[in-house]
Design a protein around this ligand. Structure first.
Ligand SMILES: Nc1ncnc2c1ncn2[C@@H]1O[C@H](COP(=O)(O)OP(=O)(O)OP(=O)(O)O)[C@@H](O)[C@H]1O
Length: 254
């Protein structure tokens, strides 16, 4: 089998110390292969975002290993880690994280600016992805002057601009109404299908998780179950048991 794009071994994350110590991840070992779509699901506080931050090299584990394409990340120079993160990953978050004072195009091309690209090349590539996301007519708008769905499309454009091999999406539809959510999901899964981009999605949304080929179920800092296969909405009632996934609590879904 090919080298996994991401791999963890006995991954541990502890926040705080003494009486304030909290063991957020308690030793996770798993692999994510190139071109997979994987959902990380579980109750609020189970450790999903913590795990995603470690996988995305946005934070460091307390113990254990994260390996990117077979190379343990802790052995790499921090500058190289930043470069790898910028080149390999795209990020889509529920809160958008768009710079309000910049244009849509400048927001989208930020990863290229960080990567040292010149302005004209950045703008050319930026317009390409905005066209792909059918939002090129908004390139000069301020990023705040958009609807929620348009903002998320801008975020996806920004995530794509560097031609990443992995997109991390943390509750990507959490701020969107259901019709807009479907559009955004279709875009993400279209990229996965057509461009072979690996998708790692953190979500409380059963339907979104069901569209992924694999679901890792987290509970109290551990992966307690793993499910394979896409689940269509019609199957949700019978095969996708919210109680089993720790999603039974309405409050957790808010
Ligand atoms: N910086 C931090 N310092 C201390 N504790 C933290 C920190 N970040 C997260 N935690 C704790 O670690 C646990 C896991 O948090 P995490 O955000 O990973 O959960 P989650 O499953 O993503 O939750 P949610 O679905 O609500 O986003 C929680 O109990 C949280 O309070």
């Amino acid at each position: 089998m090919s080298t996994p794009v991401l791999e963890t071994e006995n991954l541990v994350k502890v926040y705080g110390r003494g009486a304030a110590r909290f063991d957020a991840l308690k030793g996770l070992t798993f692999e994510i292969h190139d071109g997979e779509s994987v959902a990380i699901v579980g109750k609020s506080g189970s450790g999903k975002s913590t795990l995603m931050h470690l996988l995305a090299l946005l934070d460091e584990p307390t113990a254990g290993v994260v390996a990117l394409e077979g190379s343990p990340v802790s052995q790499l120079d921090p500058k190289k880690v930043s470069r790898l993160r910028n080149e390999t990953f795209g990020f889509v978050f529920q809160q958008f994280f768009l710079n309000a004072n910049q244009s849509v195009l400048d927001n989208v091309t930020l990863p290229l600016k960080i990567g040292g690209w010149g302005r004209s090349q950045r703008n050319e590539r930026g317009m390409e992805v905005l066209e792909q996301l059918e939002i090129a007519d908004k390139a000069k708008n301020r990023a705040t002057d958009l609807s929620g769905g348009q903002k998320q499309r801008v975020c996806i454009a920004r995530a794509l601009v560097n031609r990443p091999s992995v997109i991390f999406a943390d509750e990507p539809t959490g701020n969107l109404d259901s019709a807009t959510s479907e559009v955004v999901e279709d875009i993400l899964f279209g990229l996965h299908r057509d461009q072979g981009i690996t998708l790692v999605v953190v979500t409380h949304d059963e339907e979104l998780a069901g569209r992924c080929e694999r679901r890792l179920h987290m509970q109290d800092g551990l992966i307690v179950a793993e499910e394979h296969g896409v689940i269509t909405p019609g199957q949700l009632d019978t095969t996708f048991d919210p109680a089993q996934l720790g999603l039974e609590d309405e409050e957790d879904r808010a």
